[in-house]
Design a protein around this ligand. Structure first.
Ligand SMILES: [Fe+2]
Length: 331
């Protein structure tokens, strides 16, 4: 069933903004994101490292926290202002949504909430600002990532996740459904004017599949792959380079030392005008995921980062796209 966007939401979400991960070797993870990906270290302590993209003025878009186990801790969105945090808190209270006001370093008012499918979210209205590095070209390394753009979450119930977030103002740009139907397998939803800020796909969830940074161009993407290879992380490229059908981005996916997944990609097209209908894809159409080349491996499709204390549920929908292993076994 296609979702209906609430264009008068109870509070205003403006964009995907930051993610926090628990990592088991903080120094190894810091080195990976700084040297193999090319993020900027804004600040580090014994327990946490805050990083950002080269264009970003916000203090951080990635927080690595020292942990016993590798986990996805929080998926972060920005809201317009402090009054939106107050409104979000009220809305959660009125709708029985699990939530908590928290203090987070370098952030303004911040609210944790758990969405309809168990995704651990963090809303904040502001961050400390730092200088943008976008013209410090001598500091560009690896993929030269510019800014955090979106998240993909695996969920057992794509319909419920999509209904939850479209009721809060998100708009679906593209979707995958079982063949010939509008039975949702995956939804790509946005608030900032390109194709997605938050994606849900069908599978064992909730788990964070990946977070994504834009890179300047295809050359930067390939350079990131070369740097990953030369620094010994060639085996940790688990997909790409390739071209998505959905969203039309060139992409490269890498796994960090704890197997959290990051995507580097060239940018998406604009999705702003309200008369544009979402693009629908049959799940059996391989071009939806990849316009050329082989489909993704099982590793890419089925591995993802769990959230702490969130039970993982088996998917309601028993449908899976063809994987690389499926294609190879046919030949
Ligand atoms: Fe992505």
């Amino acid at each position: 069933m296609l979702p209906v966007t609430n264009f008068d939401p109870p509070f205003t979400i403006t964009r995907a903004s930051h993610v926090s991960l628990a990592v088991t070797d903080l120094e190894a993870s810091r080195d990976f994101y700084r040297d193999v990906i090319g993020l900027v270290v804004t600040e580090e302590s014994d327990d946490a490292v805050h990083l950002r993209g080269l264009e970003e003025a916000a203090h951080h878009s990635l927080v690595l926290e020292r942990g016993e186990q590798a986990k996805a801790l929080r998926v972060g969105l920005r809201v317009r202002g402090d009054e939106d945090i107050v409104a979000a808190e009220r809305w959660c209270r009125e709708h029985g949504v699990e939530h908590e006001r928290v203090e987070r370093p370098h952030q303004g008012p911040t609210l944790h909430l758990t969405d309809a499918v168990g995704t651990r979210m963090e809303l904040t209205s502001s961050m400390e600002t730092v200088p943008r590095k976008m013209q410090e070209f001598h500091e560009f390394v690896a993929g030269a990532p510019q800014r955090l753009d979106h998240f993909q979450v695996v969920t057992h119930d794509v319909q419920s996740a999509t209904d939850f977030w479209t009721s809060l103002g998100m708009r679906m740009a593209e979707y995958t459904a079982t063949d010939g139907t509008d039975e949702l397998w995956g939804t790509w939803m946005e608030v900032k004017g390109n194709t997605h800020d938050l994606v849900f796909t069908n599978g064992r969830g909730p788990r964070l599949h990946h977070f994504a940074y834009t890179v300047p161009d295809a050359t930067a993407l390939l350079h990131a792959a070369d740097v990953a290879g030369s620094l010994g992380f060639g085996d940790e490229i688990d997909r790409g380079p390739g071209r998505h059908g959905i969203s039309n981005a060139l992409f490269l996916y890498l796994r960090d030392p704890d197997q959290h997944r990051i995507e580097l990609f060239t940018t998406h097209y604009q999705f702003i005008d309200l008369e544009e209908e979402p693009i629908r894809w049959d799940i059996s159409n391989p071009r939806r995921s990849q316009l050329w080349g082989m489909p993704a491996s099982r590793r890419w499709f089925f591995e993802a980062s769990e959230f702490p204390s969130q039970p993982v549920h088996e998917p309601l929908l028993q449908a899976t796209p063809a994987t690389l292993e499926d294609v190879l076994s046919l030949h």
